[in-house]
Write a protein that binds this ligand. Structure first.
Ligand code: FEO
Length: 403
């Protein structure tokens, strides 16, 4: 007999899977879909944590009806207002006019802006508590992870922490609710990394503050419930937390991303020579991304993963190749830190691309490695040794003892 999935005997999973949308935030690919997680706690007073994208509100309300069986919904706790979670709040309030909405000052500014709701609000601050009978909630503010109103909600009795987007991932829940049920945890963690690079990316310092706040509270956690992806149990949470800690410190592995654009294959020849040179020097993890073909979210995920970044571009209308300029902007607005960087490029009559690539190191406060290489038309033989030297210089810098 069908049952709504449960986290504990009184906490239900009422989220939905979205396998229809092609792009998350209309930018990031969703090959395995995405889940919008929401949780319903049944006690003397019934309490919902977050809602779902409005496209799925009917399915979501049906789940609530199955559990509530005609009981009213007393509280909605809003951990995050972004419309993939807050999208159904307006409709929810219409279904439950007496619903009290719990959030912080910033939440309520957004609640007014997105849904025109200004009444029936219960404002909380960091450390505040709320009892709904047997369950006791406390609230931890987590601003800018990755919106200003974000907060985490901790339920003390069942030791469950609800964390909005933090520790979330792309990927619908294909019948699996907990990390302990995953068949391939490492593939899941890669998707989590891609989600982080695309969605949270820039806000590492704020993630660090949120992690410190969690530690300071000394929370005992049996289930960690994010707003996307699987629920973490103690079995997998340590690994997920280490990944989050690493990503939010912009700490990366000793590998290299060669990101290039190429209109007729000349710049691509340099990318291949540099990759061979890196490999010959002992670098084991090398990823070449043709910017016109690779998924931008996969490129960003690899840039978060590896410490070396080499960008190549042809000169186009006296500028950088446009897809390279666009991708550099995605890197720029994420304020990616502590990368080893170098550049290469090509031109036909007026060299411009390399001149524009070199200052990116200073702008991003990265170390520029070796000498940039620039190819004129197809005169590859004139830059083969220089390209090889560039790969050797990057490898030497990556493999040098740290500290
Ligand atoms: Fe999943 Fe920031 O919304």
């Amino acid at each position: 007999m069908y049952q709504v999935p449960q986290i504990t005997d009184s906490i239900y999973y009422v989220g939905v899977n979205d396998r229809m949308k092609a792009l998350f935030e209309n930018m990031w690919s969703l090959p395995q879909g995405v889940a919008y997680n929401a949780y319903l706690i049944v006690d003397e007073q019934t309490t919902l944590i977050d809602t779902v994208d409005v496209c799925y509100s009917d399915i979501f309300f049906h789940k609530l009806d199955l559990i509530l069986q005609g009981r009213p919904l007393d509280y909605l706790i809003i951990n995050h207002m972004e419309p993939d979670h807050g999208g159904s709040i307006g409709l929810l309030r219409k279904r439950y006019p007496e619903l009290k909405i719990v959030g912080n000052k910033k939440t309520f500014e957004m609640l007014r802006g997105f849904h025109g709701i200004t009444e029936g609000l219960h404002e909380v601050k960091n450390g505040d508590a709320l009892s709904i009978g047997g369950h006791e909630f406390s609230f931890l503010m987590a601003p800018m992870v990755h919106w200003p109103e974000v907060m985490f909600t901790y339920e003390q009795r069942k030791r469950v922490l609800f964390t909005a987007d933090a520790f979330g991932s792309f990927g619908a829940l294909d019948g699996i609710l907990r990390d302990s049920e995953l068949g391939d945890r490492s593939a899941y963690l890669r998707e989590m990394e891609r989600y982080y690079a695309c969605v949270i990316g820039k806000y590492g310092p704020f993630v660090q503050k949120a992690l410190a706040n969690m530690d300071k509270q000394g929370l005992a956690i049996d289930h960690l419930c994010p707003a996307h992806g699987v629920v973490w149990t103690p079995e997998g949470f340590g690994e997920a937390r280490r990944l989050y800690d690493r990503l939010s410190r912009f700490e990366a592995e000793d590998g290299v991303v060669i990101l290039y654009g190429s209109m007729y294959g000349n710049t691509e020849q340099l990318a291949d020579v540099i990759a061979q040179s890196l490999s010959a020097a002992g670098i084991k993890r090398i990823v070449c991304h043709n910017v016109s073909k690779s998924d931008p979210s996969a490129i960003l995920a690899d840039i978060f993963r590896y410490r070396g970044l080499i960008i190549g571009s042809p000169t186009y209308c006296g500028e950088l190749f446009t897809p390279i300029a666009n991708l550099m902007n995605l890197i720029r607005i994420r304020d990616v830190k502590d990368r080893l960087y170098t550049a290469f490029g090509s031109y036909t009559w007026a060299p411009a691309a390399v001149k524009k690539l070199i200052p990116f190191a200073e702008e991003m406060k990265w170390e520029f490695v070796g000498e940039a290489v620039e190819l004129k038309m197809s005169e590859l033989s004139s830059v083969l040794d220089l390209s090889w030297a560039l790969g050797q210089a990057m490898a030497a810098r990556l493999l040098a003892p740290k500290g």
